[in-house]
Design a protein around this ligand. Structure first.
Ligand code: AMP
Length: 194
């Protein structure tokens, strides 16, 4: 059984944490573009040098650069039966890139988990993370920019996937375990096996 999944939600929705749990339960790798960029910045690779200023400002890395990284990652053997995308696609152009790439493998996304969290709650959670982790893109300006891009460019892609009937809207307010249970229930209902 395959599991080709996407988790989407505003910054501070708990995507990263829930993503780890989903990937473990369904035996699939998480593919997080944010994590890939952060690792490259930390290791001062060519890619890292190219994207540091962009990510620090809360802007999006160019679509073609990002899509190529994802294609390369999905071509690795552990992603043939499934994967959990986190942070990609983030706009309509990237949706097109991903569709085209997956169609070339006679595949498609099978489910999209939308973590629904009110704006005030997600801002409170990012602010708390900023204090705890000191991520270099957790400045007030960059946070505002990322939320604005989410609302303008990322939220609409959910409608595209909803038209395909693959979106599960999950209430993202509650304890970590409650939210995980809601996600598992939705994926179980679609016939994915843990
Ligand atoms: P995240 O951890 O998903 O919030 O990503 C951190 C930063 O990496 C974002 O603010 C962007 O600068 C960059 N990034 C991550 N994913 C993408 C994407 N799909 N397209 C463009 N830029 C991205």
């Amino acid at each position: 059984m395959t599991a080709r999944l996407l988790i989407v939600g505003p910054q501070g929705s708990g995507k990263g944490t829930q993503g780890v749990r989903i990937a473990e339960a369904y035996g699939i790798p998480t593919v997080s573009t944010g994590d890939i960029f952060r690792a490259n910045i930390k290791n001062e690779t060519e890619l890292g040098k190219k994207v540091k200023a962009i990510t620090d400002a809360g802007d999006l890395v160019p679509d073609e650069v990002t899509s190529e990284i994802v294609r390369d990652r999905l071509d690795e053997p552990d992603a043939t039966e499934g994967f959990l995308l986190d942070g990609y696609p983030r706009n309509a152009v990237q949706v097109g890139h991903l569709d085209e790439f997956l169609a070339g493998r006679e595949e498609a996304l099978e489910a999209v988990i939308l973590l629904d969290v009110p704006r005030e709650e997600s801002i409170a959670r990012i602010t708390q993370r900023a204090a705890e982790q000191g991520r270099s893109d957790d400045t007030e300006e960059a946070i505002a920019k990322r939320l604005e891009i989410y609302e303008r460019e990322t939220a609409p892609i959910v409608d595209t996937y909803a038209e395909r009937g693959i979106v599960d809207r999950i209430n993202g307010v509650g304890t970590l375990d409650e939210i995980t249970a809601r996600i598992f229930a939705a994926l179980d209902a679609r016939g994915f096996t843990r």
